[in-house]
Ligand binder design. Sequence first.
Ligand code: LLP
Length: 384
Amino acid sequence: MKNFFPPLTTLETLPTPCYLYDTALLEETLQAAQREAAQYHYEIHYAVKANFNHRILQQIAACGLGADCVSGGEMQAVLQAGFPAEKIVYAGVGKADEEIALALEKNIFCFNVESLAELKVIDELAGKRKKVAPVALRINPDIIVNTHRHIITGVKENKFGINLDLLDAVLKTLPELKNVAFKGLHFHIGSQITDMENFHSLCLRVNEIQERLSGMGLLPEHLNLGGGLGINYYAPEEERIAGFSAFFQLFATHLKRYGGQHIHFELGRSLVGQCGTLLTKVLYVKEGSVKKFAIADAGMTELIRPALYEAYHKIENISSGGAVEKYDVVGPVCESTDSFGKDVPLNKVSRNDLLLICSAGAYGESMSSHYNCRQLREPYFYGK
Ligand code: LLP
């Protein structure tokens, strides 16, 4: 991995813990995604929740992608970074009135609506402003996917989307709501999905639904298939750019597209995951009676994924060429789950060694917190 980073002498000057962002890799990734999507005239909206760092947003906006937001704060952030309002989609099960008002005021492209109750509120708020809100219905397709249980979103018991058996009732109510315009259907089945069969199942489910809607004369102009494409956390050096080609090709092969329907995706992790790395310094090597701990200055406050989802991130010691030994790599936070990995093979670790925690560009910095009054350092950008 070392070759993909600035020289050790540069890294040694950085205050830690901090995120490193490879903007050249980000550019290459964005270009690859855009190129593959363009083959089928697919449109990508970047799922801002993955990383809302201003410079990252600016680079993604400059590459021509739209934005998928889940809050008023995210909408403000992407507008400031240069995304045009007409490329913003706005999802979320709990949209507050003032967030809906902001979206109406800015004339965003579309609301992804998650319930009948929400649809009625959007109708009312749009009516008050003499506007017609463009809406897509987020459908819960009831598809189980092979990923961590905490990041499955499209099964019946999840809070997300409109359950299939309730869809007819929503469709029946739509014509009564004069201040919303039905634009499309929206789906999102989960995140970090590497088994393409799961997306195949989604295509088949969408085809069924569309067939039903076409019988009712309600074919939508837009289909949004969400995000979820996974990345390789185990060997990031071998797969620096996610498998966009196979992903889009799968949809092109299996998803039935009626006439000139517009097809959208909301990719987060696959666009930014590999370009970010958490740089941390070892404070202590602690010999326990059954374990050896490398105690880093980064913790779950900087990268919560291992604690929250038992997520794996590859870790390397870039300061040492010593014999490989096993360490539990832990942080300084007062929680037992504040750990980046157990029995991690690392070149012999000493105090002040620098560790790289890889593939942390998505849901790393964006999920960081101030727990224990901790302060994240400024990120370091390199590569472009
Ligand atoms: N669209 C919707 C409606 C979503 O809920 C999400 C992610 C995405 C798109 C983007 O999914 P992606 O392409 O990034 O997989 N914090 C977790 C992941 C949570 C994902 C939430 N929704 C993690 O660190 O693994």
